[in-house]
Design a protein around this ligand. Structure first.
Ligand code: NAG
Ligand code: NAG
Ligand code: NAG
Ligand code: NAG
Ligand code: NAG
Ligand code: NAG
Ligand code: NAG
Ligand code: NAG
Ligand code: NAG
Ligand code: NAG
Ligand code: NAG
Ligand code: NAG
Length: 727
């Protein structure tokens, strides 16, 4: 009846439009049109155009996907009453800057199955009236909704997918949720829920994906979880609460992603995990797991990622450990052989602080072979960026290296970087640095420091060593350069992480934008640290808080722009570097140490001498000469084959005649692009260990483009070759 009047009305007043609708044979029921008007008002949806039928798909009722994954669609089922009547079945308004509240009037769309309001500014609570709807898909991900979830929501037994993450919900999960037995996907996280994970989740027997991440809920993981046999993706992180044993997962034969990070799980890793052969990803970091890695894990042929960092696992490493693409065993109590201890990153395996022989601050067994070139009393790092000099005398080290999921890498002469985690579902290659040249608001600091930043998913650790003991002032420089300053996104997107110094929590739920007062603004956090074993550990840790997809998939976790560390005491004077009288060898050795330092800086991309303090430059000039590449080309007839006098493991050696007379030997180290830093350091190390009694004099060096060349005094007899080729 109402349909008849509506059509007649349309026919009379809006002839051309209704003609179209009429010929298509279906329009939205009038009640629902009125309901949409009220719903739009409550949500803050201003661009719905009621001059056309909402089911027509025209004029903003369905718009093509816009920037930032926004989506906008009202979808109808028009097969009612012989294909003449429509009902709304789905409302999707994603990332549309809605700033209202959830409309109780939604119940006036009785056929509604899907409501997706992902990434808006909606506040207020979930209306309990919705309980009468037969909803299947519900997403409120990324809003500002608060209050407890109404217990009536448990009546929506049709629910298959419920996404509630990144809101401000509080209270317990209602016990009525036990009735949601059709659920396939349930995600909560980044909220303020309280209480323990309820055991009633065991009734969600159709569940395939469960994510409880930084939700506020506490442990233990209930035993009933063992009944969720259809799970393929189980992610539970950052549970408060007491220790609990490993949950029973043996019946989850479809499980492919298992993430139980920071859940206070104690005891041994279960043998049966090795039988869940669909497992591709295992992240059990930061628990209290002990005992050995079970032999059965050998059977996990599909596993490409195994993160066991931050436990107390022991025993020796199994043979297959290097098979998965990424293995993180850092911060554990393994028994590792001397061979494995030689470096902290062995192929795909991160072994930093993984051995009981040495995993404490300042005593890391995989670093025990490292000889400190000197003692430092400061540390400057341009996190994620190239080496730069600030204020004329502070040189921030280069930190622009590629990193990967969960890797250790020594970058400076006195510091290393350790990443943990992997950006899942980012839909783009893993990134561990970010650059943004947009103008930044920076007071009292150099804006260049903030244009590049280091990022990492789960944690980011800077480990400084060879530091003089005493108290230090640690300054951490931050600016949010990944969020857009567009009002919408900067308000919804939140990056939240914790800061640890010397393994102690010094800042919880740190939020750069909040501290700096906006996106693209700098803030410096100052801490003090006591260095007692020559080591300083700065760790930024993501505890599951904040948004994870703004402005694109996988934007979360720690981000830092620069680090500056200075002793809070006057360092001993550096006169110890003065050259002992007598002996060319000593001069050469001293020069080589300086060249070693400079070469590594050069290799790291600090090509130009402006990267060195003026003191160092003066020192160098007095002991060795700096040659240009053009001079050396002239001396060797452009490195002509006929000038070559030999070839060592680390590059060719040429005889040359310098413009002012002397004959020299010029050693060309292989181009930096073809060498790993480790090999490079080893080679320089080999040169510096030469102890020939009448050691040749080092005249100087040249660093230009990709070239590093050392210039020695030329000796006619064969002793030069002996010396230079390291026999
Ligand atoms: C539309 O509704 C009819 C009647 O309830 C139902 O049979 C049909 O499956 C629905 N179509 C879609 C695409 O949901
Ligand atoms: C639907 O249409 C068919 C013929 O196309 C007709 O026989 C039937 O009565 C109609 N049903 C309704 C409810 O209008
Ligand atoms: C979002 O909404 C607010 C107020 O509702 C408005 O000031 C702002 O311009 C909107 N932003 C966009 C990108 O539409
Ligand atoms: C629910 O969401 C799933 C996944 O996006 C989709 O395949 C399905 O069609 C949706 N169901 C309804 C009723 O909207
Ligand atoms: C929602 O936020 C607005 C400001 O954006 C505020 O005025 C209003 O009181 C809030 N409503 C609720 C229910 O929290
Ligand atoms: C929810 O369902 C229960 C029965 O399970 C019923 O007593 C109650 O009235 C329902 N609540 C609403 C709001 O529909
Ligand atoms: C969440 O709610 C608390 C008060 O309960 C408030 O202090 C906090 O700012 C809210 N957080 C967000 C992101 O809205
Ligand atoms: C689990 O999945 C299978 C198919 O993968 C399906 O047949 C079954 O109904 C699902 N639910 C349970 C409880 O096994
Ligand atoms: C976790 O527990 C500690 C003490 O047990 C408490 O101080 C802290 O507030 C809790 N955190 C949350 C998020 O509940
Ligand atoms: C693991 O090593 C740490 C640090 O050496 C030590 O405190 C802890 O007791 C060890 N745990 C086990 C189970 O060996
Ligand atoms: C660095 O330069 C500033 C002035 O630009 C000066 O105040 C400071 O003492 C210098 N620091 C050192 C270590 O030379
Ligand atoms: C750079 O920062 C600006 C805001 O300061 C932001 O709008 C822009 O999207 C950022 N670009 C990149 C590539 O992150």
């Amino acid at each position: 009846m109402s349909f008849f009047f509506f059509s007649l009305f349309s026919l009379l007043l809006l002839f051309p439009l209704s003609f179209v609708s009429f010929t298509l044979g279906a329009t939205l029921q009038e009640d629902e049109v009125e309901a949409l008007k009220d719903i739009g008002k409550t949500l803050g949806k201003k661009d719905w155009d009621f001059s056309v039928d909402p089911c027509s798909g025209r004029n903003n009722w369905i718009s093509s996907t816009q920037l930032h994954g926004s989506e906008n669609a009202v979808t109808c089922n028009c097969s009612f009453q012989n294909n003449t009547l429509c009902h709304v079945v789905s409302v999707v308004i994603k990332a549309q800057n809605l700033s209202g509240t959830l409309p109780p009037d939604l119940v006036r769309l009785p056929f509604l199955q899907e409501i997706d309001l992902t990434l808006n500014y909606l506040n207020g609570t979930i209306p309990k009236q919705w309980a009468t709807l037969k909803l299947v898909n519900v997403s409120f991900y990324g809003n500002r909704l608060s209050g407890p979830i109404p217990k009536e929501f448990g009546n929506i037994t049709t629910l298959k997918s419920l996404l509630l993450s990144s809101n401000n919900f509080t209270g317990l999960l209602p016990a009525t949720f036990a009735k949601l037995t059709a659920l396939k996907q349930f995600r909560i996280g980044d909220s303020g829920f309280s209480g323990a994970i309820p055991n009633f989740i065991q009734s969600w027997i159709n569940l395939e994906m469960l994510t409880i991440q930084g939700s506020g809920l506490s442990g233990p993981i209930p035993s009933g979880i063992s009944l969720l046999k259809n799970l393929t993706d189980l992610t539970i992180t950052d549970l408060n609460g007491s220790d609990s044993p490993f949950p029973q997962l043996q019946n989850m034969s479809n499980l492919s992603k298992l993430v139980l990070r920071s859940c206070n799980i104690s005891g041994a890793l279960p043998e049966y995990l090795g039988k869940l052969t669909n497992l591709e990803v295992i992240d059990l970091s930061n628990n209290k797991l002990s005992g050995q890695i079970p032999v059965s894990f050998d059977g996990l042929q599909n596993m490409y990622l195994l993160f066991l960092s931050g436990n107390q696992l022991s025993g020796s490493l199994p043979d297959w450990i290097a098979k998965p693409d990424y293995v993180d065993l850092s911060y554990n109590n393994f028994t590792i052989t001397n061979f494995e201890l030689q470096t902290c990153q062995q192929g795909s395996v991160n072994l930093f602080a993984s051995s009981l022989k040495g995993n404490s601050l300042g005593n890391i067994s995989c670093m025990e072979n490292y000889q400190c070139p000197k003692t430092w009393y400061s540390l400057y790092i341009n996190c994620g960026g190239k080496c730069i000099t600030v204020d004329g005398n502070k040189t921030y080290d280069d930190d622009s290296n590629e990193m990967g999921p969960s890797r250790y890498r020594q970058i400076g002469l006195n510091w290393a970087l350790i990443t943990a985690g992997h950006f899942f579902d980012s839909g783009r290659p893993d990134y561990y640095t970010w650059s943004n040249t947009t103008k930044l608001a920076v007071d009292n600091d150099d804006p260049k420091l903030y244009m590049d930043a280091r990022v990492s998913p789960n944690s980011l650790t800077y480990y400084g060593f060879c530091l003089g003991n005493g108290n230090y002032i640690v300054k951490l420089h931050f600016a949010e350069i990944m969020f857009s300053d567009d009002k919408t996104y900067s308000s919804i997107g939140r990056r939240v992480f914790d800061i640890y110094i010397q393994r102690k929590l010094v800042s919880k739920d740190f939020d750069i934008v909040k501290e700096a007062g906006g996106v693209g603004k700098a803030v410096i956090e100052t801490f003090t640290a006591s260095v007692t074993s020559n080591a300083l550990e700065i760790r930024l840790y993501w505890a599951g808080k904040g948004t994870t997809t703004i402005p694109f998939g996988s934007v979360y976790g720690p981000l830092i722009s620069a680090i500056s560390v200075n002793s809070d005491f006057t360092p001993p004077s550096e006169n110890s570097r003065s050259i002992p009288a007598g002996g060319v060898a000593a001069i050469v050795a001293a020069a080589i140490v300086i060249i070693l330092i400079i070469s590594i800086m050069w290799w790291k991309g600090c090509l130009r001498l402006k990267c060195f303090g003026s003191r160092e430059r003066k020192g160098l000039a007095s002991q060795t000469g700096l040659f240009t590449l053009r001079q050396l080309k002239a001396a060797t007839n452009n490195f002509d084959e006929s000038f070559k006098i030999g070839e060592g493991g680390f590059g060719p050696v040429y005889k040359g005649v310098l413009f002012d007379g002397p004959i020299v030997a010029i050693k060309q180290l292989s181009s930096k692009s073809t060498q790993g830093s480790r090999e490079f350091i080893n080679e320089i190390g080999m040169i510096s260990t030469l102890q020939h009694p009448n050691l040749v004099k080092l005249y100087g060096f040249c660093m230009e483009d990709d070239q590093l060349l050392l210039i020695y005094e030329y000796m006619e007899n064969n002793s030069l070759a002996h010396a230079l080729f390291g026999n």
